[in-house]
Design a binder for this molecule. Sequence first.
Ligand code: PBE
Length: 307
Amino acid sequence: MLRKKKLVLMVTILAFAMFSVVGCGGGDTEPSDQAAETVKDKFDGKIIGIDPGAGIMAATENALEKYNLDYELMEGSGATMTATLKQAIDNNEWVAVTGWAPHWKFARWDLKFLEDPQGVYGEAETINTIVRLGLKEDLPEVYEVCDNFRWDDADIGSAMGLAEDLGDDVLAARQWVQENPDLVNTWLPEGYDATEIVENPTKETVTLLYVEWACARAETHVMADVIQNIMGYKVELLSLSAAAMYEGLANGQGDAIFTAWLPLTHGEYMKQVGEQVEDLGPSYEGARIGLVVPAYVDINSIEEMND
Ligand code: PBE
């Protein structure tokens, strides 16, 4: 009898305790800042950007306007963007970055693009190879290999992954070319073989322009390796801002670029250089830009960033 009474009492105490923990009884047991935390608070009011000349930065300014987002777009670089992403993921915090595919970050972390119902970031794009006028006449074999350059998601993914793992773009490109002779042979002009290395390149100097974006680094260093170590040309690599890259190609200071994202991301730059360059078409199809967040962030659309 006594035991039963004790049990009833305990159940009552337990029920009361649970009731107050859940907090149905009123707001004063809830920490007020947690209740008020908005999506914007969770993102700390920031979108982590990259270099100001990148097309994705202009597209994101556009997104801020179209979706009426009161966020600060932070400038940085591809490297600071991935460092911030890593830090947030290590701390299980929310973070929104200007992100694009192909990129090694999708293999390293579980990430997602936020939906873009207004289509500010466009559809799937192609990554094109663009050369200076006159390259065809001056260096026909170099023009030919640039024109033949084509690879898919697995190819560029492994090239970017190697560069990230080795921390050295030149060594990574050499290793990638060594590991993919069949594909490289489909790019080479007649008479060359991807497994035959030129020890001392003596032919003309070829100048390749690029920006420090992970994909552009991989494309450019792989092509530099092919043109130099298999075809025997001297290769000069120039790392520039996006604007300087397009200007340099248009005024003939550079011979080729491998990172023209079209039609949207570099649409403005291409309009500016107009007929002063030659577009050799896509090396890659299905590229994409947008806002990228860790998969655990529980919103799915850019529209929800205002909640
Ligand atoms: N990206 C990578 C570039 C093009 C290649 C998407 C960062 C840009 O936004 O211009």
